[in-house]
Design a protein around this ligand. Structure first.
Ligand SMILES: Nc1ncnc2c1ncn2[C@@H]1O[C@H](COP(=O)(O)OP(=O)(O)OP(=O)(O)O)[C@@H](O)[C@H]1O
Ligand SMILES: [Mg+2]
Length: 250
């Protein structure tokens, strides 16, 4: 374990007058959960979106396994094995869960035809997507209904399930339990443990300190776009972590 799966080096990102990321560097290691913490507006989602190819860094670089990565689009990031559950979920409202699962990587047949010419194997896609969502034990009203008809929690479960299916390398979860009930939250936490055990580098954004103490091997704290600290979370230093987040340390 000598090289981090993901490294961010001296990241800078501005949105007009807003300096969303200032010289941020962080690492995420395989088989570990790295919590990315900070108050509202600290820059967490911006950092996630720069890694997942939604935004481009103004300066700085991203390394995968120590090599510079050019993540110029969400497809490029996915191709590099980076799966993301976005805070705003990024599901297509007019598509069903299965269509959302396989959007951009549809299962087609016959295998000998080039991908764009294959017939869509809707049954296989429905079956696989349903199996994964079933494992999460989230009940959907109708599996073949558009996602627009589903609750926030149901949508969140679909997004997390999708990431766990395709995760190969780095998985980023931006407040994955924010809309979930207790039982569904527990399922998502179980999935995070599984993703970690499978050797993924997991980056978890959450405002829930109990989840951080329970799951995170390390925590990186952002405040107003700047990294203000990094520590190994435990029940003992939970208050230090909170102080770091709100900027109230002595
Ligand atoms: N697309 C955008 N255009 C302009 N400003 C943006 C954009 N995205 C984020 N910002 C700004 O960048 C700053 C960081 O936002 P970001 O969403 O990264 O915060 P966050 O840490 O994820 O907060 P939260 O906990 O509320 O989700 C904020 O001031 C926000 O208003
Ligand atoms: Mg956010």
């Amino acid at each position: 374990m000598s090289v981090p799966a993901l490294s961010v080096r001296n990241a800078e990102k501005r949105f007009g007058a807003i300096h969303a990321l200032r010289d941020v560097s962080m690492d995420a290691w395989r088989g570990e959960v790295t919590a990315l913490l900070g108050d509202n507006g600290a820059g967490k989602s911006t950092l996630v979106k720069c890694i997942s190819g939604v935004h481009r860094l103004d300066e700085g670089e991203i390394l995968l396994d120590g090599r510079p990565a050019h993540l110029n689009s969400p497809a490029a990031a996915r191709g590099a094995g980076i799966e993301t559950v976005y805070q705003d979920l990024a599901l297509f409202d007019n598509l069903t869960p299965a269509q959302n699962f396989y959007c951009g990587r549809e299962i087609g047949f016959p295998a000998w035809l080039p991908r764009p010419l294959r017939f869509l194997d809707k049954r296989a896609m429905n079956r696989e997507a349903a199996a994964v969502i079933d494992r999460l034990q989230v009940r959907l009203p109708k599996f073949d209904a558009p996602v627009a008809m589903m609750s926030g929690g149901q949508r969140q479960a679909i997004a997390v399930a999708r990431a766990t299916v395709f995760a190969r390398n780095v998985v980023m979860l931006d407040e994955p339990t924010a809309a979930l009930g207790l039982r569904e939250s527990r399922k998502v936490l179980d999935l995070i443990v599984k993703l970690k055990a499978e050797g993924n580098a997991v980056i978890l954004i959450t405002h829930n300190m109990e989840h951080v103490v329970e799951l995170a091997d390390r925590a990186v704290v952002l405040r107003q776009g700047t990294k203000v600290g990094e520590l190994k979370p435990s029940a003992q230093n939970r208050q230090d972590l909170v102080a770091m987040i709100v900027g109230a340390e002595a």
